[in-house]
Ligand binder design. Structure first.
Ligand code: AMP
Length: 427
């Protein structure tokens, strides 16, 4: 019988890795608290219509990546219903905002979430079918200042702070404005017009996107298509005065607080609900899936879901990708231990612990083996964990002279017990 395995695109998180996950989540909670955000937990599955309306029928997520099923009625009073495992959390948060009438407080709602999301994508490094997002939303009635460019800049500044506190080195922020709900149709019409002649020269995906969702053409990564994309109309030329002023104010606020960014006119992002500011934080170490997080404004989302006018801005960070980045950084930084101390036989274990204590107290990083291991095994483990190996057998104990071998040079020397710490420090 074949053994059962975790489903493709899903995986188990085990110790010690889970420690890193907890560190990331605790850091996020601590930083969010300083900006006065509170936690929201929405259900993992929702009515399919929420995502169709909230994320957009034409998006890749809704058209081909959702885990959707027909949930049969259990009782006469119940109706069968199409349900979907959430592919993202913003639609759920905005549904909850509407359902609980949070807008009636008249205040901005600043909500964060941490949890799994589900998309049937082709798995690869940094891309899974069950993945984890840490995200936040700032949403409220216009009278609460929810449209202010200051909110956009504050969210971006918070993210820069969070990535720094997590110890992520070398992140980059790119921003753009995709315009208001009236700018976008004008731009999309111009894009469609330009693509009429050009799409037939592009890849098959772009030919399809030109019909279904022309904005997605700008995301194309196929090298041959890039020169054509460069010639397409730019959204910046289609922004009305309000959108331009809003974007300029976001940039000015970022400049004022010293958060560095690049403007990328092609950054439009995959979800239909974005308006005005969109952004991504990327990291070079991630390879093809280089986006650590993405987000933007969604001024019309609440109304699209049948709610009151409630402009908002939010983001979702890929927690899996944060972890990959931190692990890659740690692998680069973690030097091997100074020495692996191998007791030769269990009778030497106690003496070895004493020697390890002495060396550690002298400030050395020591990995202590076990006298139950064969010599070959001690060498193998030692070579993985340390620069040198110290052999401590019965003879060594009696004579007080130990054998130390350097893994890199292969050199083996005899060292008196009292001089061991000095010898280990020398390279
Ligand atoms: P999105 O909800 O598509 O805007 O994605 C926001 C962030 O979630 C991305 O920048 C990624 O870091 C992460 N993300 C999205 N899809 C996946 C996936 N399939 N696997 C892992 N992380 C993902």
């Amino acid at each position: 019988m074949s053994t059962l395995k975790a489903v493709r695109g899903t995986r188990d998180l085990l110790p010690p890795e889970t420690e890193l996950w907890n560190f990331v989540e605790e850091t996020a909670r601590r930083v969010f608290a300083r900006y006065n955000f509170g936690e929201i937990r929405t259900p993992i599955f929702e009515d399919t219509g929420l995502f169709a309306r909230g994320v957009g029928e034409e998006t890749d997520i809704v058209s081909k990546e959702m885990y959707t099923w027909e949930d049969r009625a259990r009782a006469q009073s119940e109706k069968s219903q199409s349900l979907t495992l959430r592919p993202e959390n913003t639609a759920g948060v905005v549904r909850a905002y509407i359902e609980h009438k949070l807008g009636e407080t008249g205040l901005l709602q600043k909500l964060y979430y941490i949890g799994p999301q589900f998309r049937r994508e082709r798995p690869q490094k940094g891309r899974y079918r069950q993945f984890y997002q840490i995200g936040a939303e700032v949403i409220g009635p216009p009278s609460a200042g929810s449209e202010s460019p200051l909110r956009d800049a504050e969210v971006l500044e918070m993210l820069a702070t969070l990535l720094d506190e997590l110890g992520i080195q070398g992140w980059k922020l790119v921003i753009n404005s995709v315009g208001s709900s009236s700018d976008r149709p004008r731009y999309i019409a111009a894009l469609r017009e330009a693509l009429r002649d050009k799409a037939p020269l592009m890849c098959v995906d772009c030919q399809r996107r030109a019909e279904t969702n022309p904005l997605r053409v700008l995301d194309c990564k196929v090298p041959e298509d890039q020169p054509i994309i460069e010639t397409l109309p730019k959204i910046a030329d289609y922004l009305d005065e309000d959108s331009k002023a809003h974007f300029a104010a976001v940039c000015a606020a970022l400049d004022a607080c010293g958060v560095r960014y690049d403007v990328d006119p092609r950054l439009v992002r995959g979800l239909d609900y974005y308006t005005r500011t969109t952004f991504e934080f990327t990291h070079g170490g991630l390879g093809a899936q280089n986006a650590l997080l993405g987000g933007g404004r969604y001024d019309g989302l609440s109304e699209a879901l049948g709610g009151p006018k409630a402009p908002g801005i939010g983001f979702a960070m890929g927690e899996d990708r944060l972890i990959l980045t931190l692990q890659a950084q740690a692998a680069q930084q973690s030097a091997p231990a100074d020495a692996y101390l191998a007791p030769l036989g269990e009778a030497q274990n106690a003496a070895a612990l004493g020697l390890a204590r002495e060396l550690r107290r002298a400030g050395l990083r020591i990995e202590l083996g076990d006298g139950g291991f064969r010599l070959k095994k001690s060498f193998e483990i030692g070579n993985k964990l340390a620069r040198k190996i110290i052999l401590l057998g019965e003879d060594e104990l009696k004579s007080g002279i130990l054998t130390v071998k350097d893994f890199a040079s292969g050199e083996q020397v005899k060292v008196a017990w009292a001089e061991l710490a000095t010898a280990l420090r020398s390279r």
